[in-house]
Design a protein around this ligand. Structure first.
Ligand SMILES: [Zn+2]
Ligand SMILES: [Zn+2]
Length: 175
């Protein structure tokens, strides 16, 4: 693990460009765990990767580490900048996000505006989000009313039912 952040996150691309992910030597792991989201079992995420057919490359590792340092979901372009990859790697970032989603460690969050932002998630975790439509700050909503709706869908004869439900508003900082 070789991630350190020297600047608190600011929600615009210019500031993200200033946030550097730099290599650190022996104390890297400690640094990463201090910065990584506390509500997440990072070991479960790494275990899922190990048990998957996913091939980890240097760039994918870099992107995973960048995702681990985030405290809010980001767009693919923001993630590319955070991981310090050149614009020519945008497709690589898209494919990595797809691959991570495929094994259940990344979740896409649709925005009202039509785009999608992404965050790490523990395999098998299910929750909804409250998203600031201005700065994309996101709160986790640990309530789900989807079970009842899915039951209704089953009763109507539908199979393989899933649901997406997100809540949007303006946060206190963006009023
Ligand atoms: Zn906001
Ligand atoms: Zn739900």
């Amino acid at each position: 693990m070789q991630v350190t952040f020297n600047k608190k996150y600011q929600p615009d691309l210019g500031s993200i460009a200033l946030a550097k992910i730099a290599g650190v030597a022996s104390n890297g792991a400690k640094c990463l765990h201090q910065l990584a989201r506390l509500d997440m079992n990072i070991e479960r995420i790494r275990e899922r990767i190990r048990k998957s057919p996913l091939r980890m490359t240097r760039k994918r590792d870099c992107l995973l580490n960048a995702l681990l340092t985030l405290d809010r979901p980001v767009s693919v372009e923001e993630l590319r900048v955070l991981a310090d990859l050149p614009p020519s790697d945008l497709v690589t970032v898209y494919r990595t996000i797809e691959a991570f989603s495929g094994i259940g460690i990344v979740q896409g969050i649709p925005l009202e505006s039509g785009g999608t932002i992404y965050e790490l998630t523990e395999p098998g975790d299910h929750h909804h989000h409250l998203i600031c439509r201005v700065c994309h700050k996101t709160e986790r909503l640990d309530v789900c009313m989807g079970k009842e709706l899915e039951q209704k869908a089953h009763n109507l004869g539908f199979r393989d039912v899933t649901h997406v439900m997100e809540v949007y508003g303006s946060c206190k900082d963006c009023e």
